[in-house]
Write a protein of this length. Structure first.
Length: 274
């Protein structure tokens, strides 16, 4: 595969690095309205190195994201986000082209630049990733071997590399078109981007319901993204219906705002399945 880079024990609660008891969170469906931010291939959201405040190197991650690929994006690799330093990508999510089965792939390196993480969706997701809104949940813990990817509440995962080592999370954080991998920009829309350097056991249905309802709808994560776990994550990018699309760069989490460093954001006027 051409890429931008040259299951743990079941629990009834979300597990974080501090093993804190979580709030109830979630719900059967949203009582709120949301909007999307559209990326046309020229747009870059970024936060300069060392990146998201508080995102120290570690072995755990979790994120939730709604995305809708542009109609003409199927034949190219689309990098959704990357953490990079000195032209090297440290932690990266990409969507492969149709020729490579539209896989969603997560890649990570340690501080020495060695690839220690490579997990992706299997070919069963080819059709659902080609059109319409899709929801992705992803979490892992390199220390325990736990790893999860759910697309629209279904899981079909391939692991090529998963090493008990420390991921390098230090570097410029970029969403959309990366300054260093300009040939793989993201074309499409995003909404409700939640991310933290903690582990969530998404094999537990109750934990998935905190981000994705049983009816397949978005769930209200709270004004600062704290509803699912009881504390605000490092990053929560959200738009209310009708809000200026540029505000998607304003981080309601604890890691600091991003900057629109290239291009601009617009809204396509639709939103995830609410």
């Amino acid at each position: 595969m051409k890429i931008g880079l040259s299951p743990g024990p079941t629990s009834s609660i979300i597990t974080t690095q501090t093993a804190a008891v979580i709030s109830a969170g979630g719900g059967a469906g949203p009582s709120f309205t949301i909007d999307n931010a559209n990326f046309d291939g020229s747009t870059t959201l970024s936060r300069a190195a060392p990146g998201l405040s508080g995102m120290s190197d570690g072995k755990q991650w979790a994120f939730s994201l709604w995305f809708k690929m542009a109609a003409d994006a199927d034949e190219a690799t689309n990098v959704v986000f990357t953490i990079r330093a000195n032209s090297s990508n440290k932690f990266l999510l990409q969507r492969s082209p149709t020729a490579q089965s539209n896989r969603m792939t997560l890649v990570g390196r340690n501080v020495g630049g060695t690839n220690i993480l490579f997990i992706e969706t299997n070919t069963g997701f080819t059709s659902v990733l080609n059109s319409g809104w899709n929801h992705m949940l992803c979490s892992g813990n390199l220390a325990t071997g736990a790893r999860h990817i759910y697309i629209n509440d279904s899981s079909d995962i391939i692991t090529s590399n998963f090493v008990n080592d420390t991921l390098d999370f230090t570097g410029s954080f970029e969403i959309g078109r990366s300054a260093e991998i300009t040939q793989f920009p993201f074309y499409g829309s995003m909404a409700e981007f939640w991310m933290d350097n903690s582990y969530i056991d998404f094999s537990v249905e109750a934990n998935r319901r905190k981000f994705y309802s049983a009816a397949g709808a978005a769930v209200d994560l709270g004004s600062d993204g704290s509803t699912p776990t009881g504390s605000s994550p490092l990053m929560y990018l959200h738009l209310d219906a009708g809000e200026a699309a540029a505000n998607f760069a304003l981080n309601a989490g604890t890691g600091g705002d991003l900057t629109i460093s290239a291009g601009s954001l617009t809204s396509t006027g639709d939103a995830p399945n609410v």
